[in-house]
Design a protein around this ligand. Structure first.
Ligand SMILES: [Zn+2]
Length: 492
């Protein structure tokens, strides 16, 4: 077991060993819209459906952002992007609010954190004083990318960008032909060897992120099981796993599982869908993504049963969620774009309480900001006043007179500490969803922006934009969203 501290470990004053543990497992880019249990046309997670018989399922759960940085920061801080200010690529939390994080709230727990995704490590680094066991990301890879991963663990993303400039050149021309050749050669030798070794098990290629960071989800699952059984209790474990994120490298038995089946509604090309994918391209990518969800499903099932067999779940709250989803429509695929349709914003949340014996379905609209206050409450901690979330049903029976709006924010091009001038903002007060586009050059009037309105009850596929500036109900909803965004003007 490679315990790879590179944060100075804080002192652990473990208080009550009878307190339950918390294990959070996050699958990157796992869309709730693609889960059969939620009405998706393909049965992408059959094991999860089985496990859900003894779980709480949040059917209308939403991400705070549409890619890793804002989505994860929202989950870990219990606040929205306009508060934590993580909406740019690889952004960090507003330094004044850095103590507002889930690890700090669980200060009586031993805290373990791991992420395949370097954008999450950027956040972990900010929270390092609140994490006892930080597992270095490349310790679970089959290979380490040459140079960068080995020597610049702490500033991986920045170092990797610098490496790209040196070896690939900013305009695509390598600064140094010789070093680029050497680098590419070393990378390719390692890669070819690995790909060959796993060719049969992963016919579409090995799971990987960037360059030659190859890994097996199986190894990460084995490591999680190992680390949690060796960790002082009570603990909080946060495990951020890359699949089903692209490249959709599924295991051999799932390849072509959904080949040629199922039709999906055609959606009109969107004005902001600059990728311009054809229907055929979107269909193939969707199929490969769905097939990699089968891999995630099988491995989560394996983790669940090994935790259960070890007795760990008797005294542990297990949480399954995602940072954002994925979509294949309107000329786009993936999530690193400017659209906030359900594929990207609607994410799974399942809570497995210790000793749960029945299934509980929650149909209230919930947000990633609610996870921190809920877990704090369940662990007997004071719910911090600074969270923008609430303790979720069924744990609170508080009658809410009005539904709570949930928000998703995309503003990767907006300066971190300025009011929003460019971005996409969605607000959902079930069943009405408002999407507001601001500042994009493609819009008729970028400064005024553009609205779309959908009724998700009648139109779950968001096919009919029913925005009507004369509709008073819609104007009332838009006013709520606009007043939220107006609060940001203090940043100017
Ligand atoms: Zn992500």
């Amino acid at each position: 077991l490679g315990v790879d501290h590179f944060f100075a470990p804080p002192k652990f004053g473990g208080q009550d060993p009878d307190q339950p543990n918390v294990i959070m497992v996050l699958f990157d880019a796992l869309s709730a819209e693609h889960i059969g249990m939620n009405g998706y046309r393909r049965d992408t997670m059959p094991f999860l459906t089985e496990l859900s018989k003894k779980a709480i399922i949040y059917h209308k759960h939403y991400a705070g952002g549409s890619f890793t940085s804002p989505g994860t920061a929202t989950l870990l801080t219990g606040t929205y992007p306009w508060t934590h200010r993580v909406f740019r690529f690889n952004a960090t939390v507003n330094p004044e609010l850095v103590d507002h994080n889930i690890f700090n709230v669980f200060d009586s727990h031993y805290r373990v954190a791991y992420s395949h995704n370097p954008l999450v490590n950027t956040l972990f680094k900010q929270f390092e004083n609140n994490i006892e066991h930080f597992q270095e990301r490349q310790s679970l890879f089959l290979s380490r990318d040459n140079f960068v991963g080995r020597f610049f663990q702490r500033d991986y993303v920045i170092a990797n960008q610098a490496r790209r400039e040196v070896f690939e050149g900013t305009d695509g021309n390598p600064t140094s032909i010789f070093f680029d050749f050497l680098y590419q050669f070393l990378v390719s030798v390692e890669r070819d060897g690995l790909l060959q070794a796993f060719e049969e098990k992963f016919p579409r290629g090995l799971p990987s992120l960037e360059d030659n960071n190859y890994f097996l989800l199986e190894d990460s699952i084995d490591w999680i099981r190992e680390v949690v059984t060796q960790t002082p209790q009570p603990f909080l474990g946060y495990f951020h796993l890359w699949p089903p994120h692209n490249p959709y490298a599924t295991r051999f038995e799932f390849v072509d599982a959904f080949e040629g089946t199922h039709a999906f509604p055609d959606k009109q090309q969107h004005i902001l869908a600059t990728e311009g994918l054809t229907g055929r391209q979107m269909k193939v990518r969707r199929q490969h993504y769905d097939e990699s969800m089968l891999y995630v499903d099988a491995e989560f099932n394996r983790l669940f049963h090994s935790l259960k067999d070890s007795g760990m779940l008797e005294n542990t709250w297990l949480v399954l969620t995602a940072d954002h989803g994925e979509m294949f429509e309107r000329g786009l695929s993936g999530h690193f774009h400017r659209l906030l349709y359900e594929g990207v914003t609607h994410i799974p949340l399942m809570i497995f309480p210790p000793g749960q014996t029945e299934r509980i379905d929650v149909h209230t609209t919930t947000s990633a900001v609610d996870v921190l206050p809920t877990l704090a409450y369940l662990s007997g901690k004071e719910v911090p006043a600074w969270t923008e979330g609430v303790v979720l049903p069924p744990f609170t029976q508080k009658l809410v007179s009005e539904p709570i709006p949930v928000y998703t924010i995309e503003a990767k091009n907006n300066p971190q500490f300025l009011a929003f001038q460019e971005g996409t903002f969605s607000m959902l007060i079930w069943p009405m969803k408002i999407i507001f586009y601001l500042g994009y050059g493609e819009l008729e009037d970028p400064k005024t922006g553009k609205f779309e309105v959908f009724n998700l009850e009648e139109d779950p596929d968001e096919l009919a934009d029913i925005y009507d500036p004369k509709n008073l109900e819609q104007q009332g909803l838009i006013a709520i969203l606009m007043s939220k965004l107006d609060e940001q003007k203090t940043f100017q």
